[in-house]
Ligand binder design. Structure first.
Ligand code: AMP
Ligand code: ZN
Length: 113
């Protein structure tokens, strides 16, 4: 999608630090890390948020979810990690391309802020 920063990153129009990539998903380092390890995992297809997921996206989203543990292992997060997807303005979603934060290498608090 035009003017979507995450589409541009996933299409290699803007360079970034790639953690993992295949035909369906793209994972890269967050530019403002909130933990010693903080990456973002996104579908390559432009989907704005969880609310916009459709039944036809089931293959993409299940593939993405199964990649989480592989990426966590690759990043050395065997002791634990947190996965977050902010959906909508009240939740603090700032980039309107579905993304999953994967955070690790520090103790996480609950409830989140
Ligand atoms: P959210 O607030 O849940 O929408 O998360 C958006 C995340 O994207 C934030 O953690 C930003 O630091 C991150 N971000 C925005 N633009 C970029 C970029 N060009 N490269 C890497 N991370 C980005
Ligand atoms: Zn996009």
């Amino acid at each position: 999608m035009d003017n979507c920063i995450f589409c541009k990153l996933a299409n290699h129009e803007i360079p970034t630090n790639v953690v993992y990539e295949d035909d369906k998903v793209f994972c890269f380092y967050d530019m403002e890390p909130q933990a010693p390890v903080h990456v973002l995992l996104i579908p390559k297809k432009h989907i704005a948020c969880l609310d916009d997921l459709k039944a036809e996206d089931v293959e993409i989203i299940s593939h993405l979810m199964l990649k989480v543990k592989e990426i966590a292992e690759k990043l050395g997060l065997q002791e634990g990690y947190r996965v977050v997807s902010n959906n909508g303005d009240l939740a603090g979603q700032t980039v309107k391309h579905l993304h999953f934060h994967i955070l690790g290498k520090r103790e996480m608090k609950w409830p989140p802020g």
